[in-house]
Design a protein around this ligand. Structure first.
Ligand code: ADP
Ligand code: F6P
Length: 492
């Protein structure tokens, strides 16, 4: 039938995500510094401009007293175009909900790493209390949504942190339009069924009107989990439970490509580019930009680079790998282990292949500001994305957006959602196969200009036409249509 288009009017949109686009860091009593948050979700949602948006999320800091909470809420409200509304979680909840259930259980499971193996019994014992904290945190998010909700608003819940939220919201107000989108992969139902809380989470997500994923595969996995684990009926539209249809579909995210392309013209970005070009003159530069996360395959990437150097000694002084890895979730033990593992490998390789004047790997444990990042994307010859699993991977999109003049090569893991959209232009690799990645590095460094141009052109076309704006507009429009259709069905 005819598609209804709700894009013309500025609709009020309540975005609910664990993280706000800025996170507060305490600087003395009742004074905070607001820092930009890092991650694909923030990057995508900051690109969304055509709605009248309120963004509800965790303040990122523990503020126990009400006066402090009010002061921080005011500072957040004034900070950005999209108005930010903080949810306050106390330390114990953060520990059990964010460090525990979200990032020690759901995150590794959804990325096929499995449930924590060490000290199995302790994990099993703490599981229930972490899940309770997860539900409690989701209820707190629901409280804040309710407080700010106005009739007609669209509520868009995001990510694995808030799988319990659609149910909480619908229980309080069944008329609320609720969408839920997952920024990570949704795993095979055989993996999902390992979760002790598998039923509750699926049922809660199904309370939403529209459920979205980055790829068809993730959507299909979710539908199979509902049919196999809950015994519900899957339809081409989604999943049906006692006459209620939950629509399930793929909405691949993108970036605000124009923001990157325009930034390259700025004098400060041009200055950074000049400095970088001088610094690495005479050498090819390979780039990795990741949160320091086990899913990003950083050790595998560095080991592949080592193998390349081992097999191609003539390249040793002619190529450098810049790995910019911003620390993330540093209170979770797995992440602490990863940091020391990466440092150890980098140290060993630099010791082995470095000289008095140059080292093959520059590894930074920090985030770069937007201008530095754009400059790096623009001047480097090859980007290496070796995720072991990754919902989409927007770093690959950002690299392509900044490469119009240089036409650099993207080496991309086939386990990133982006492999499905940038696969034709990138060199796809299995990051577990170090030999394959090493030879792809050689192939990329030696690629003739015409092949680089062709590959880049293919990807660039995709990146500029599948933007974050388009992603959000399509999701919200689909959510509106779904609700109108459901109303028509119940009237029949
Ligand atoms: P994820 O959501 O898992 O972090 P994505 O690749 O989709 O992965 O998104 C990462 C986002 O975070 C990108 O917008 C990227 O620019 C930003 N980012 C990641 N690492 C850094 C870093 N070291 N410095 C600055 N920005 C970073
Ligand atoms: O999709 C990846 C993601 O989980 C996003 O939800 C989030 O923006 C990002 O990782 C950063 O993680 P955190 O909020 O835990 O720092």
């Amino acid at each position: 039938g005819e598609r209804l288009d709700f894009r013309a009017s500025k609709q009020r949109l309540l975005v609910v995500a664990n993280r706000l686009p800025v996170s507060a860091v305490r600087h003395g009593e009742d004074s905070w510094q607001l820092e930009m948050s890092v991650g694909g979700l923030v990057t995508a949602l900051l690109g969304v401009k055509e709605f009248d948006t309120r963004w509800i999320g965790w303040a990122g800091v523990n503020v126990p007293d009400e006066i402090g909470q009010k002061a921080l809420a005011k500072a957040l409200d004034e900070k950005l175009m999209q108005r930010c509304i903080p949810v306050f979680l106390d330390e114990e909840v953060v520990h059990q909900y964010y460090n525990g259930y979200c990032n020690n259980i759901l995150w590794p499971l959804f990325h096929y790493i499995g449930l924590p193996q060490e000290d199995r019994l302790a994990t099993t014992r703490s599981f229930q209390s972490q899940f309770d904290a997860y539900k409690k945190a989701n209820q707190l998010f629901a409280d804040v949504v309710n407080e700010h909700y106005e009739e007609g608003d669209v509520v868009w819940c995001h990510d694995y942190h808030l799988m319990f939220l659609p149910k909480c919201l619908k229980e309080r107000n069944s008329k609320m339009k609720v969408g839920w989108f997952l920024h990570t992969p949704f795993p095979s139902s055989e993996i999902h069924r390992m979760l002790p809380s598998r039923l509750e989470l699926l049922r809660s997500v199904l309370a939403a009107d529209l459920v979205g994923f980055h790829t068809y595969d993730y959507a299909r996995h979710f539908v199979s989990a509902c049919t196999r684990i809950l015994g519900l009926e899957g339809t081409p539209e989604g999943v049906e439970d006692q006459g209620k249809l939950t629509r399930i579909a793929a909405f691949p995210v993108g970036i605000d490509s124009e923001r990157f392309i325009k930034a390259l013209e700025l004098p400060e970005v041009q200055d950074h580019m000049k400095v970088l070009k001088q610094r690495f003159a005479g050498r090819k530069v390979m780039l990795g930009v990741d949160r320091l996360d086990m899913i990003k395959g950083i050790p595998q990437k560095i080991l592949a680079f080592e193998k390349f150097l081992e097999e191609n000694p003539n390249w040793c002084n002619k190529v450098v790998l810049l790995q910019i890895a911003v620390p993330t979730r540093t209170d979770v033990p797995e992440y602490q282990k990863l940091t020391s593992q990466v440092h150890e490998i980098v140290g060993r390789i630099n010791g082995r292949f470095g000289s008095l004047t140059a080292v093959p790997i520059h590894h930074l444990d920090r985030s770069l500001d937007f201008h530095e990042l754009c400059a790096l994307y623009a001047v480097t010859d090859v980007a290496l994305v070796t995720s072991l699993r990754d919902g989409m991977n927007l770093v690959s999109y950002e690299y392509v957006a900044c490469q119009e003049s240089k036409k650099g090569v993207l080496i991309l893991s086939e386990f990133a959602g982006a492999a499905q959209s940038l696969g034709a232009g990138a060199i796809l690799v299995n990051p577990w196969n170090v030999t394959e990645v090493a030879s792809s590095i050689g192939y990329a460094l030696n690629m003739p200009a015409d092949e680089r141009e062709k590959r880049h052109h293919h990807n660039f076309k995709h990146v500029i036409s599948h933007t974050a704006q388009e992603w959000a507009a399509t999701f919200v429009s689909e959510l509106n249509v779904t609700i109108v259709e459901a109303q028509l069905r119940t009237r029949q």
